[in-house]
Design a protein. Sequence first.
Length: 134
Amino acid sequence: MITSAISSSDSLTTTVTNSNAYDMGTEDFLDLLLTELKNQDPMDPVSTSEMATQFATLTQVSQLNKTNDYLETLSHSQAVDYLGKTISYAGKNSDGTSTEKTSLVTGVVYKDSVPYLVTKDGDQVALSSVKGVS
């Protein structure tokens, strides 16, 4: 029977305080990598190709975060462009049935960083629900 030794680094406890897993920055990643290097088995060190892969992954994640931030900013700008315009959108009647509604956009609200258009009628409309603009 083959068994492996258990070291103290095998049982790490991690506490996550951020609500978003992608909030790990470059400095956090480098701290984690440094800890990994300090605790590695000297008889079986991490290969340079594994480190290069980890750095490439960090770069990709960083670029994805920047792209996400840009798209969020673009979405916010797009929502503001609707102010003062009349939109047609998928809505609901007072009895709950679906209908196409038309109303003037008077404001923008954000729910979980997602913009919603506020109409003169008091509806909050997702940008994806807008069918037309005049």
